[in-house]
Design a protein around this ligand. Structure first.
Ligand code: LR7
Ligand code: MN
Length: 536
């Protein structure tokens, strides 16, 4: 075999060798921090840490900044993978933006890159401060990174959010590829090469590693398991919330090699590599997006619609601390997230933006009040790049998505005329979930969408429908049977809105009725107003 064609291990050596590790040290090898009895002072430190960062900073501060992650447990296909010296892998600048990040997580991220990325490919690490207020991120940080010589700190004069902070990093970057990372990550061995190799193959590929969880309580890193049979990819719902889902079954079956990339409709947006010139070509970011949120979906739609591709490279594994809650507050609260989303909907989603506005009523207000700023430059960009429309994206890139009506047949609160009560389902833990039965409520109401397929959808983002099980009087809320490639609604979820305002279920032939406050189906009777429903 001709080995001369591939990089040797020596050539891919990192910038810094890890100092010898004590396997008994807290968190060593990516293991959990471990339980211990805490003194009252320590307990206070732990609580304060949590309040500040929403993860166990107490534990992080006691784990080595150089911890390694133990044995390389990736799939054998990944371990066998070699990289060709000709044409060769490009160099990269790693850009890490931060706002009030803890010292230990930020520096562990930095060291983790220095200990794992091949020195020959790593041009620099750029730390961009989004105007943090914490003292440890000022001169102490400047002084500390000086000795790391390829690490630089850049600072935004005022806090404007991660989007402009990243753009500031891009301005300064000297590498051929940009690699973005959150400020609380740890890289698994061999994470960088497969990302760069894919960009050599496909210059218009935007590639993410497989993101592994670092537990926010004990800092345990979930190691890759070669026996994992599942792969996840990114998606979105009609509230424009990002989420994860399993890749489609057919795609899973077609996979013959673990090194193959996974196409993903959207990406999480924090950890990825992109060729610098392609990043410029495709319109960088929407600079008018503020603080946090939405830029990942904007980039996902834009890249796909304008001829690029977004992929997850399963042999590249990077850990990230997932938190339950955002640790930072934002000026004007959460409205700026909505504002960012409205901007992207206005530019990329065509008339499908109306489905978003219905799902996220705050967005509707932002839109109506015209407070989302000027998007004309972004629309020009779309034109200049001759991008596909959103319907093309849905059909070709995410055919598994549920595509709502742009304008539903009816939409509103459903009022029962006899009882003057509304169809009402309570959220559980702030989320819509299926419920086996529910009451008609005289005070509170929810919005229902009566679709062109005659379903009654409570929530088009969580895909929940009014459901009448055969042989059962009580009506439930259940997952909609019609979604993605399934094109027919189930008869249990089909309701004919009759001329005299009854809702007749196709499966049972019965009508939606209120009986003693409870919502049921009963034999349709022409003169019963407790079967009469108005959309308000
Ligand atoms: O005002 C801010 N200014 C900042 O510089 C708020 C945050 N930040 C920094 C912060 O220090 C961090 O490095 O921006 C980065 C992301 O913020 P996080 O870590 O508080 O939020 P997150 O992990 O939920 O962020 C995810 O969603 C964001 C939406 O704008 C970005 O796309 C993040 O990059 C993204 N993170 C990931 O994709 C990592 C994988 C997690 C997932 C899913
Ligand atoms: Mn993060």
């Amino acid at each position: 075999m001709n080995r001369a064609g591939f990089y040797t291990e020596e050539e891919l050596k990192p910038h810094l060798q890890r100092p010898p590790q004590d396997p008994g040290a807290p968190g060593a090898g990516g293991k959990p921090f471990g339980k211990r009895r805490l003194s009252p002072e320590e307990r206070k430190e732990k609580i304060d840490g949590f309040n500040k960062t929403q993860f166990n900073q107490f534990a992080s501060d006691r784990i080595s900044l150089h911890r390694d992650l133990g044995e390389d447990t990736r799939h054998p296909d990944c371990l066998k993978q070699r990289f060709q010296r000709c044409p060769g892998l490009p160099t990269t600048s790693v850009i890490i933006v931060f706002y009030n990040e803890a010292w230990s997580t930020l520096l562990r991220t930095v060291y983790s890159v220095l200990h794992s990325a091949p020195a020959a490919l790593l041009t620099e690490i750029l730390l961009v401060d989004d105007a943090s207020t914490e003292d440890h991120l000022k001169t102490r940080l400047d002084d500390f990174v000086r000795q790391l010589n390829i690490v630089r700190v850049l600072r935004q004069p005022e806090r404007k959010g991660l989007i402009t902070a990243r753009l500031m990093g891009v301005q300064a970057a000297q590498g051929e590829v940009l690699t973005f990372m959150d400020s609380h990550c740890e890289c698994f061995p061999g994470w960088l090469e497969p990302l760069l190799a894919r960009i050599v193959e496909r210059p218009a590929a935007v590639v993410s590693p497989r993101i592994s969880t670092i537990d926010h309580n004990d800092l345990k890193l979930k190691k890759p398991d070669p026996n994992w049979l599942y792969h996840v990819r990114g998606n979105f719902n009609w509230k424009l919330q990002f989420g994860w889902e399993l890749i489609p079954e057919e795609e899973r079956k077609e996979r013959t090699n673990e090194t193959h990339p996974i196409r993903t409709p959207t990406f999480a947006g924090g950890l990825f590599s992109i060729s610098k010139s392609y990043f410029q070509h495709i319109g960088t970011y929407d600079e008018q997006m503020e603080f946090w949120g939405g830029e990942n979906l904007e980039m996902s739609f834009r890249v796909w619609q304008c001829g690029g591709q977004i992929e997850i490279i399963p042999c590249s594994v990077v850990g990230h601390i997932f938190r339950l809650k955002n640790p930072h507050s934002f000026p004007r609260g959460n409205t700026m997230i909505t504002r960012n989303l409205v901007r992207l909907a206005e530019v990329w989603m065509d008339d499908y933006k109306f489905a978003f506005y219905r799902s996220r009523r705050q967005a509707n207000l932002t839109f109506l009040q015209n407070s989302y700023g000027d998007v004309s430059e972004r629309r020009k960009l779309r034109k200049r790049l001759k991008c596909q429309n959103f319907s093309w994206y849905l059909r070709n890139i995410y055919p598994e998505a549920y595509v709502p009506d742009i304008r539903p047949v009816k939409y509103g609160k459903l009022l029962n005329v006899a009882w003057k009560c509304y169809l009402y389902v309570k959220k559980t833990k702030n989320k819509w979930k299926p419920v086996p039965e529910f009451k008609c409520n005289t005070a509170a109401a929810q919005y229902f969408e009566y679709t062109s397929r005659k379903e009654l959808r409570l929530s088009i983002s969580n895909l929940l429908c009014l459901h009448a099980t055969r042989g059962r009087a009580r009506v439930s809320l259940d997952f909609c049977r019609l979604k993605g490639r399934v094109t027919a609604a189930a008869p249990e979820q089909v309701w004919i809105y009759t001329e005299n305002n009854k809702l007749k279920n196709t499966s049972s032939g019965k009508c939606l009725t209120v009986s003693q406050g409870t919502v049921i189906v009963a034999a349709c009777k022409s003169n019963q107003v407790n079967q009469t429903w108005d959309f308000l």
